[in-house]
Design a binder for this molecule. Sequence first.
Ligand code: FEO
Length: 399
Amino acid sequence: MQYSVKISEQIHWLGVNDRRKELFENIWPLPNGVSYNSYLITDSKTALLDTLEVGSDSSYVDRIEALLDGRPLDYLIVNHMELDHAGEIETILRRWPEVKIVGNQKTFRVLTAYYGDATCNNSLEVKDGDTLSLGNHELKFVFTPWVHWPETMMTYETTEQILFSADAFGTFGTLDGGVFDDQLCFDFYESEMRRYYSNIVGKYSNMVQKAFAKLAGVPIRTICSLHGPIWRANAEKVIALYDKWSKYEADDAVVVIYASMYGNTARMADYIANGVAQNGVRNIRVYDVSKTHISYLINEIWRCRGVMLGSCAYNGEMFPLMESLCRELIHMGVKNRVLGLFGSYSWNGGGVRNLKSFAETIGWEQVCEPSEMHGRPNADKYSECDALAQAMAAAILKK
Ligand code: FEO
């Protein structure tokens, strides 16, 4: 049987590490796995907060039973119905058929769609701001729609000032060794938290800001997310990061992403990146869109204020993987970036032409005209690249 971890005398972590799944939501790579976190409060009344992905832990019921020590499970609080957390609700209902399911109106709409109307036979529908006393602990329900689904809510435990935050502040990456942030390497989880945020939640950044407005002034000592570490040493820090990312604020850094079949646009990318560095920018990363998964590119675009995209022509269009990245950026509605465009072609173009259409659609400020080359880059063709690099550096460095 797996262990549980005490967060405090009556509050327990019951998560699990998933190192088998290759792709989260069958799209986002998990080279370092992911954790699903579930929590149990064993007060006068007992409450389980969210479950796990179905089948991720065959000992889940045993672990809960060990903590309950013969007592009934009184409540199952469903903060989020996405199936990486709601996957074991049927298992819980089979073992504890008398448990009262706590959720909001939208929770039950999704819950019954998955598990049938009978799941609402013993339910407690809460309204925004409602409270529930378990004895020593009082829970307050805070509706935070679209962080990440419309039914998503957070549960604030008022006595110990613990925020059960659903997906918010969650990270990719398993919990290797520790469960609390002070037992783990913060830098690794910061990057994986931003990748989780940008890939999963970022589209709803305005709703994250609305959630922050609701929680303004609420003292938060510990954050228990549904993925990744429990934030007890860095709660303030991760709240500040989420605030920054959801306002589309970024570092004074430049990411250069290119699509190249035979190396010409790649050479332009390196030349331009070098020019940006020569003009004073120190935080630059260059990626080949064919080599690096879009998940990491989106993460970098969320980190960097300067974005430079280059594409060769491909059947009169831009390169398909660059097109896919651009479509995803429009879908996510990323804002407040400065943009530089470049590319090359052999026949009649299409890469840069379509990148310009992308620029118009997403509405980012272009630092200067795109640089486009016909054929192989060589010394007498680089003047536009020089201008582009200089303009990008100036845009990043200006205060
Ligand atoms: Fe971790 Fe929106 O599920």
